[in-house]
Design a protein. Sequence first.
Length: 86
Amino acid sequence: MTVTGAELEQTILRLLGERAVTSTICPSDAARAIGGDDWRDLMDPTRQAAARLVAQGLVDVTQGGEVVDVTTARGPVRIRRHREAE
């Protein structure tokens, strides 16, 4: 299965749009939405897609409730709509 970065970005934004404004998603939610049983192979590309959305100011990536750099974060992260500094 070939999945583009744009498809992953759109899926992240769609999933966030389907939830409450304050909700978050796990990168695996987007990977599963596209990849089905092969979702694990999409985890790195999904984190890369989240990084591009962060760069565009559309989302934040958090870990333990704090905004982190998804390119260096280790372990589970969450994706939320971008919020101005809290």
